[in-house]
Design a protein. Sequence first.
Length: 355
Amino acid sequence: MKKILVALLALAMVFTLVSCNKSSSSKVLVGVSMPTQSLQRWNQDGSNMVSQLKSAGYDSILQYANNDVTTQVQQIENMITKGCKILVIAAIDGSSMTDVLATAAKNNVKVIAYDRLIMQTPNVDYYATFDNYKVGQLQGKYIVDQLKLDSASGPFNIEIFAGSPDDNNAKFFFNGAMDVLKPYISSGKLVIKSGQKDFNVVAITSWTSATAQSRMDNLITANYANGTKLDAILSPNDSIAIGIVASLQSHNYGTADKPYPILTGQDCDKPNVKAVLAGQQSMSIFKDTRKLASETVTMITAMEKAQTPETNDSKTYNNGVKVVPTELLTPVFVDKSNYKSILIDSGYYKLSDIQ
Ligand code: BGC
């Protein structure tokens, strides 16, 4: 009898061990592919995704691709090979994922486009992002309000920058801002001295600060060297604003005679919030990456339960093959007047991060 009991107990232990093992190794694996570690926002996106996936009971692989398309495609291939069931991708070049996502589909791997839409493929299931057109509108409206374009007589001088042409978001930011600014440009209240206002002319490939800096250098030399005042600059994001500020500094802006122009941005990266507090950049757009991550994890959980994730936009984001169901979050602007309540009180930053 005793022998049988011992044998039964041993069997039970083996069984428990096996089932424990099974439950820990049967966690769904999610691959998170981010474009670059060189911008603060993507580091935050990546770590938010990993920690929130963990809390929701998923395993994850996080990789950054150094803004190199080939690297990103290879990393995603690897994630598929390693058994990821879901991929969360912020694409470097939205149109370069077609082949690798065909492989994903063959392996029944689901795909969520994260922040940036993945173009030219049927194999993207959902898109989680901020309202990109609204980002541009907020930037345009900020310039209108700060220059008091509806009451001041003007004219005011402005220069325009746009983001990277391979990023579908860039046109949305540009169109949102230009739709607000165009009436003032048409009426002559806003003047673009350089005459450069077409997306392809003002776009900064890869959102690179150094490229923005040299374009700004050229704009100043050609149009503002003789004391002509530059009143505002539309910058689509913070990395481009960094380059613009560097150029303005090297041309001695920031004095009573030559004040910094109104300058927009996006992301609320720490150096840029510091620049806002120092009066070098006027505003940035805050997109709470914690919320984007939690929205994405909510989508994943719904997909895992074979439910349809909730989305709030089913018409705007056509990737060239289909309209991708999208969850749009709301961006807000941050400047000197409201940074405390938005960035500090919400726990996003500590005061010491930005001072
Ligand atoms: C993102 C921005 C970011 C830019 C450069 C865009 O796709 O939406 O938040 O500033 O890429 O990384």
